[in-house]
Design a protein around this ligand. Structure first.
Ligand SMILES: *Cc1c(COP(=O)(O)O)cnc(C)c1O
Length: 381
């Protein structure tokens, strides 16, 4: 297929697979031949390799990224009524597990530049019932963890990092130490949903631990609270990573840094072509770390976002709005006294954000076409 014939998609998992087809097919065949479908050796191998990649002692696998968040909060022994602080601009899974466990979600404002939790607006949300903070490393870039960890330490709060969108992103502390997303707080979680930066061919998730005792407890929780078979010490759940998915992920993990570089190159190409774009702000890279560009998200000003999206669509270019509503305005998560205007930055982001196609297979030809369409959109108003 000639480059200009490749249809432009938000993600292109098929062309990514084509390049590793032999290795992936062999890994799948090995699992089937071994018939170790549940808790097979490939699950352990993959978790050990991911732990090494993340430079963290323990990785505990589970069924998906939402379960990972739920298991993290269960592992910390939080009790109904305990308050958990989270960004108001994020995917609903983060709030959902808090609500499911009968904990109280407490929303905090976000910061327009990075779309992440505004750490300077967290302390005002801390009460005597606060037990944990769940920063989300949104769109592929870490929240500002150093001041957040200091704040959590001062107030004796747990930190659970939602790194579903940021696997491999780095955060640099002022003393020069570098850590990967999800490896700085008490527990980190991630998702292997197919379109995530390290995607399976189905569902999957994992938790990251620096503390062995917490990892042991989480492992038991993922297996009905058993440490010894048929002896249930804890109320747990059933949340496993399939051996087939682990085998596929173990192949793809070898390419994760290449995939990240491809995403960063696409983002740099967008930056270059969109530098003179009128009426929109390009995604900001925080000085404290690297960006793995799970999304490349513009902020389109002056109420033009939907018109720009329509223009892209007419030119055959997909785009997405992550996310159209902040959590406090979602029906399921409405709270007394938090209406329109409660979180002006997050509310404005929801009106301005426009995520462009970004993935490991994006070509410069496609980026040229997308940039030309955006420049045309900016001129017709
Ligand atoms: C994808 C995602 C999740 C949930 O992951 P699943 O594997 O789909 O359950 C949680 N949080 C964030 C920020 C996500 O992007």
């Amino acid at each position: 297929m000639k480059e200009h014939d490749i249809p432009c998609q938000m993600v292109d998992l098929r062309r990514q697979y084509d390049k590793i087809r032999g290795e992936v097919n062999e890994a799948i065949q090995d699992v089937i031949d071994s018939a170790e479908f549940i808790n097979g050796t490939r699950v352990k191998t993959f978790c050990a390799n991911l732990a090494r990649y993340n430079a963290i002692p323990r990785v505990v696998p589970c069924a998906n990224g939402t379960d990972a968040l739920q298991i993290a909060l269960m592992t910390l022994g939080l009790q109904p009524g305990d308050e958990v602080i989270l960004p108001v601009f994020t995917y609903a899974a983060t709030a959902e597990v808090i609500a499911l466990l009968r904990l109280t979600p407490v929303f905090a404002e976000c910061e327009a530049g990075t779309f992440n939790l505004d750490v300077s607006r967290v302390e005002e949300k801390i009460t005597s019932r606060s037990r944990a903070i769940v920063p989300v490393h949104l769109f592929g870039q870490c929240a500002d963890m150093e001041p957040l960890l200091a704040l959590a330490r001062r107030h004796h709060l747990f930190v659970v990092e939602d790194a579903a969108q940021a696997i491999g992103a780095e955060y640099r502390f002022t003393d020069g130490r570098v850590a990967k997303a999800g490896c700085m707080g008490d527990i980190g979680t991630t998702s292997f949903f197919p379109s995530k930066n390290l995607g399976a061919y189905g569902d999957g998730g994992a938790l990251f631990f620096r503390d062995d005792a917490l990892a042991e407890r989480a492992t038991a929780i993922t297996n009905h609270g058993q440490r010894v078979k048929y002896h249930h010490d804890l109320v747990g759940c059933n949340s496993r990573l399939d051996t087939l998915q682990a085998a596929i992920l173990d192949v793809k993990l070898k390419y994760l840094d290449d995939y990240t570089r491809a995403r960063q190159a696409a983002a740099a190409a967008y930056d270059e072509r969109l530098a003179s774009l009128q009426g929109a702000t390009l995604p900001r890279r925080a000085a404290y770390g690297t960006h793995v560009f799970h999304q490349y998200t513009l902020r389109v000003h002056d109420g033009q976002r939907d018109a720009w999206q329509a223009r892209l669509k007419r030119d055959g270019i997909p785009s997405m709005i992550y996310y159209p509503l902040p959590l406090h305005l979602q029906h399921a998560y409405r709270q007394e006294g938090l209406g329109n205007g409660a979180f002006p930055v997050a509310e404005r982001l929801c009106e301005e954000v426009l995520s462009l196609p970004i993935h490991t297979e994006l070509t410069t030809g496609q980026i040229d076409k997308i940039a030309a369409s955006l420049h045309a959109a900016a001129q017709t108003r």
